[in-house]
Write a protein that binds this ligand. Structure first.
Ligand code: VGL
Ligand code: ZN
Length: 211
């Protein structure tokens, strides 16, 4: 069992990111059993859930004449226009039914403000609105954050970068994550992660306590 200072952050293991979902990540379902195995080794597990209102600004359908995966400019910066996904209280927004983490302590829902996206579990895309996760982790004594889930190059990478910026030692578990990889986004994410000092690890090494 990992030390009480170690937190496993399982990101967006929801049907819309699984094969067949609205914003499917290739082989996204393969990470569910890995996440379950990892979770058995941690006393402190936190889940996240992408949780958008139907009128969310990140949906291409809410921008006349625009198509999914095009870019647009919003007051806070560049934004990918996504297929409509993870709408609050829909099946697509539900956590995968095979996820088996009865001891998960907290669930952070993000992307609930209609005009702001939130890839990160810590800070919304305006880069100023906190979700409260950093404060929760500090108050519960967390020192190290192990991130994995979907998608590596968006919500997992942004969460790992913000965990690091908030002062936590941060590890991204590669084989417990899968990427969207839009226009080189995966390589760009890894360059940023490495520059920020986020460690890259495999689940077997985390479970064995080597990382
Ligand atoms: C995500 C795009 C839009 C993710 C969420 O979970 O990585 N990506 N919303
Ligand atoms: Zn989203």
């Amino acid at each position: 069992m990992r030390s009480a200072d170690d937190v496993l952050l399982l990101i967006d293991l929801q049907y819309d990111f699984m094969p067949g979902g609205a914003l499917a990540v290739a082989q996204g379902d393969e990470v569910v059993p890995v996440a379950n195995r990892l979770a058995r080794g941690f006393t402190h597990v936190v889940l996240t859930q992408d949780w958008h209102p139907a009128q969310h600004v990140s949906f291409a359908a809410n921008h006349a004449g625009r198509a999914p995966f095009e870019m647009t400019t919003l007051p806070y910066g560049e934004q990918v226009l996504w297929p409509t996904h993870c709408v609050q209280d829909t099946h697509g927004a539900a956590l995968h039914g095979d996820l088996d983490v009865p001891h998960a302590r907290a669930l952070i829902r993000k992307g609930h403000h209609a005009n702001v996206d939130s890839y990160s579990a810590f800070l919304e895309a305006d880069r100023t609105t906190p979700t409260g996760l950093a404060g929760y982790l500090r108050e519960t004594g967390a020192k190290r954050v192990y991130c994995c889930g979907l998608a590596t190059d968006y919500c997992v990478a942004w969460s790992a970068l913000d965990a690091r910026a908030a002062g936590f030692e941060t590890v991204l578990i590669d084989d417990a994550s899968r990427a969207i990889d839009l226009n080189g986004s995966l390589a760009a994410a890894w360059a940023q992660l490495e520059a920020a000092g986020v460690k890259r690890a495999q689940s077997a090494d985390v479970l064995a306590g080597r990382v």
